[in-house]
Each structure stands twice: as C-alpha cells, then as structure tokens.
Design a protein around this ligand. Structure first.
Ligand SMILES: CCCCCCCCCCCCCC(=O)SCCNC(=O)CCNC(=O)[C@H](O)C(C)(C)COP(=O)(O)OP(=O)(O)OC[C@H]1O[C@@H](n2cnc3c(N)ncnc32)[C@H](O)[C@@H]1OP(=O)(O)O
Length: 211
C-alpha cells in the first residue's frame, strides 16, 4: 500500500547539490537557535548579531517557494521531507533525527535534544517528546507499508526526559484493515522516560483514490 504521492523527477545529483547547499544553512541556524537561549555575550554583541541575522533574513527573503517542502517527492517512493520539524534537513527546529527503519515495522533513532527543547528545568518539553514519538511511530508504520495519519496518540510520561543524548524506538504491534497500531518509547540515561501508542489510519480520501 503506497501513498499516491505526486511524481517528482528531480535527479539524484540535484538532490545531492541541494543537500550540500541548504544543509549547512539549517545547521548554522540550529546553532543560532541554541545560542539564542544559551549565549551570554554583552548587549552590544547581541545588537551586532541581531543586525547580522536581519541581513541574512533579507537575503533569503528575496525568493520564497510557492510549495512546501513536504509536498516534494522523488520517484520510487523516496521522500524529501526537508521541512519536517523532527527530521527535516532544512528545518532548524528539527534536532534533526536520523531515523533507521526496517520493513518489519521497526524504527529507531539516537538523537540529541539541546536547551532549545527545554520544558521543565533541565528536561525536554512534553510536547517535544510527543512530537518525536509521533514521528518515529509514523516511520515504523510507513516502513511496514502501512502509512496513515495519526488518529489517536496516547502518551504515558514515566519520568522526566533529560536534555541531552536520547534514544527512541517504535514498532508495529497490530494491523487491521485500514488501521495500524504501533508503540514507541523514549529512553534516557536512566531508562524509559515516555511510552506511546498510536493508531494510524489510512484516510478516507486516500482510500477512495486507491479503490
Ligand atoms: C520508510 C517509510 C518512511 C515513512 C515516513 C513517514 C514519516 C511520516 C511521519 C509523520 C508522522 C506524523 C504524523 C502526523 O503528524 S499526522 C497529523 C496528525 N493527525 C491528523 O491530523 C489526523 C486528522 N484526522 C483525520 O485526518 C481523520 O479523522 C482520520 C484520517 C484519522 C480518520 O478519518 P477517516 O475519514 O479516514 O475515518 P472514518 O470515519 O472513515 O473511520 C475509519 C475508521 O477509523 C476509526 N477512526 C476514525 N478516526 C479515528 C481516530 N481519530 N482515532 C482512532 N480511530 C479512528 C473509525 O472508528 C473507523 O473505524 P471502524 O469503525 O471502521 O472500525
């Protein structure tokens, strides 16, 4: 079962070139985000940095895309979700996670959540934990060839998730027609911090297109 993604004939060498072009910008922006919350330079330095950032924004604003990045896809089912807030190459909000999946319906990622993701002091914001769990659950069901929209996502927060190096694992539990149930967990240095169960549903509109 495949999503009816629109065709995108972008050749590999163009994708590689775009990766080399935009990846470093997002990496620099991620460091900028980190320093927006962690830098402790004096006000004159902040004012100078603000002017520098405003100049960069003015450059990038000259040409704006008409289509979001998530709507671009490569042939053979390969996707280019560069704007995704969890894995997006071009999205500085994304940590980003490198997710490894296998067709049996399992996905995993070792990742880092820095101070920009803080909720309770020293801990990852619960909404960010949910965001990551939802994404990696989506990879597990997608890898099993059962993509869908998250219908219901249930999360149990077992303990605070400390900022720093973390791991997330997801796996498909059960399938029934258009529905797929999957589970996931975030693991910190002291064990599991949060567990999730998601029900993923192939939406009616897609079902009708595939029928
Ligand atoms: C290698 C592979 C890589 C892949 C990478 C992928 C990465 C991407 C990862 C991205 C990850 C991020 C992911 C995201 O961020 S997804 C974004 C967050 N989710 C949404 O926005 C979903 C919004 N809701 C909808 O679109 C619709 O309501 C859905 C599609 C959910 C159902 O609308 P549809 O019109 O299709 O439903 P139906 O009325 O025909 O009912 C059909 C069946 O479903 C049952 N049902 C209905 N609703 C729910 C519900 N909420 N929970 C549980 N069950 C529900 C219903 O009882 C019925 O069951 P039954 O009575 O027949 O038994």
């Amino acid at each position: 079962m495949n999503w009816p993604f629109p065709p995108d004939e972008t050749p590999d060498h163009v994708v590689e070139h775009e990766t080399a072009t935009w990846g470093p910008l997002a990496e620099a922006a991620r460091e900028l985000v980190d320093l927006c919350v962690m830098s402790d330079v004096d006000p004159e330095e902040v004012a100078a940095a603000t002017a520098d950032v405003e100049a960069a924004v003015a450059r990038l604003r000259k040409v704006r895309r008409t289509q979001t990045l998530g709507q671009e896809h490569l042939p053979a089912g390969r996707r280019r979700p560069w704007g995704n807030p969890v894995i997006g190459l071009r999205n500085p909000i994304a940590p980003p996670l490198q997710v490894h999946s296998v067709p049996e319906g399992r996905s995993e990622s070792d990742f880092h959540c820095g101070p920009a993701y803080e909720g309770p002091p020293g801990l990852v914001h619960g909404g960010v934990v949910a965001l990551i769990l939802d994404q990696v659950l989506g990879h597990a069901v997608g890898a099993k060839g059962r993509p869908g929209m998250t219908g219901t996502l249930t999360i149990v927060y077992r303990q605070g998730t400390p900022l720093g190096d973390l791991r997330v694992e997801a796996w498909v539990e059960r399938e029934d027609g258009i529905k797929t149930w999957a589970k996931a967990q975030v693991i910190g240095p002291d064990g599991v911090t949060a567990e999730a169960e998601g029900v993923f549903i192939l939406p009616r509109a897609i079902r009708e297109q595939l029928a």
